[in-house]
Design a protein. Structure first.
Length: 324
């Protein structure tokens, strides 16, 4: 073979050999980059996300909570979203409805309560939180919202339960805030506060309860209720018992089947600037060693009497109409 033919043979042989080698090199690069995530944009299922829209992004609400990063926002689209197991809010996250009307977006539980909150500073806004067991399938164990720790905030929510309490606070480190919320049609009390817990309700409405609208129990339990309406329940509007405290200012308490406010068992609330009217028994009842400060309240239209006192402790009454 002459020199020219030999060189042509070598070139042709190299071109044939280089084609599969080039393909293998490109394929190796592809797998290498895919392994490092530089080619694939799909997040791993374990990736924590700062923002999630349910159900658009993740169809299961419990999974969406698990995927949400600390400080993240879970936006919930309109509709009725049903489940049977409580949502655990144990991190400082936000659950937000997408519209201005909380009736548009309902979280409904038929097996347990809706929310169990242990986060220090979570936020829930613009949602209906509803426990719906139905007739013949009723338990009194699970409130719609159970808060056992932290200073979480609930704003513009609707809260209802056909099986138990609406909102339940428990524990000395519990001090949440509810603003512009409606707690209604609860089979138990609308709001129950005990075991040294605290909290604030501002500009809320509580109505249609089977027990008391608000119940504060135990000597270190202390609730602030400001600019609220408590009405149309089948028991007392407000019940403070077993040494409980509470500040009730500029509230309306009316239309209850028993009394507007009942204070018993050495309790010590402060009631100021309130209207207590049109209750089926009495306006304010203070019994069994209970004390308290009652100032500048308007009592009218209560069927049996404005006041009822039986063996009270030290009471401060000034500027009420009537004052005795």
């Amino acid at each position: 073979m002459d020199f020219k033919l030999k060189n042509e043979y070598r070139c042709e042989k190299w071109q044939i050999m280089s084609k599969p080698l080039g393909s293998l090199f490109i394929l190796a690069l592809f797998f290498m980059f895919q392994g490092t995530g530089e080619v694939s944009a799909q997040p791993d299922e374990a990736t924590q996300l700062a923002q999630i829209t349910f159900p658009r992004d993740i169809a299961d609400l419990h999974q969406a909570l698990e995927r949400l990063a600390d400080g993240g926002i879970l936006t919930i689209q309109p509709g009725v979203h049903r489940f049977t197991k409580s949502l655990k809010i144990d991190r400082d996250i936000q659950l937000i409805g997408t519209t201005d009307d909380p009736a548009d977006t309902t979280i409904e539980s038929s097996g347990e309560g809706c929310l169990v909150v242990t986060a220090e500073n979570a936020k829930v806004q613009g949602l209906t939180l509803q426990v719906k067991f139905g007739e013949g399938n009723v338990t009194f164990n699970d409130p719609a919202i159970l808060v056992t720790q932290g200073q979480s905030e609930f704003r513009k929510c609707r809260i209802t339960s056909d099986s138990a309490f609406g909102v339940w606070f428990s524990g000395s480190s519990t001090d949440p805030t509810f603003v512009q919320c409606h707690i209604f049609n609860c089979r138990g009390a609308g709001i129950f506060v005990h075991k040294d817990s605290k909290g604030t309700f501002n500009n809320c409405e509580v109505y249609g309860y089977a027990k008391s609208g608000i119940e504060v129990q135990d000597e270190n339990s202390d609730l602030k209720v400001i600019n609220c309406k408590i009405y149309n329940g089948t028991a007392n509007g407000i019940l403070v018992r077993k040494g409980g405290k509470g500040t009730f200012d500029n509230c309306e308490v009316y239309g209850n089947m028993l009394s507007g406010i009942r204070v018993q068992e050495n309790s010590d609330p402060k009631v100021t600037n309130c209207t207590i009217r049109d209750n089926k028994r009495r306006g304010i009842v203070i019994v069994s060693g209970s004390r308290g400060t009652y100032e500048h309240n308007m009592l009218s239209g209560n069927k049996l009497s404005a006041w009822y006192l039986d063996n009270p402790g030290t009471i401060i009454r000034t500027g009420n109409q009537p004052n005795e």
